[in-house]
Design a protein around this ligand. Sequence first.
Ligand SMILES: [Zn+2]
Length: 126
Amino acid sequence: MKIYYAGTPEVPFNKPRAEAEAMIAAGIAFAYVAPAPPARKPDAQFAVHRTTRSKQPFIAASCNSCGSKAQFTGPTAHKTQVFRHCGVTDAVPEHIAEQYAKLRAKWKAPAPQSTEKFPSFELVHF
Ligand SMILES: [Zn+2]
């Protein structure tokens, strides 16, 4: 059991429970309660980026406090997606949502790749 001598709360030490309880009962020591760790302060950052190949816009969210990261994409990502971290839920900020909506409106999805370039499996190759 962790206790500290009366008048020295900054120097806690361990004692067997029976001994510690006797010291506490005698009034020469107190039970030590570790201070709660500091609560995390949510620190979310949002930004709009584009993918390297297709230039598809996406919203990137990250938190400097807990290290969580998320990426959202899709036609309604700026309205429907939220960033959950540090026990809080952050919606996409207004200015980021506007920026994303503008880029998304301009962006065109690339045409699906033709499979003609990749001939199907043929035994002649082996
Ligand atoms: Zn966080």
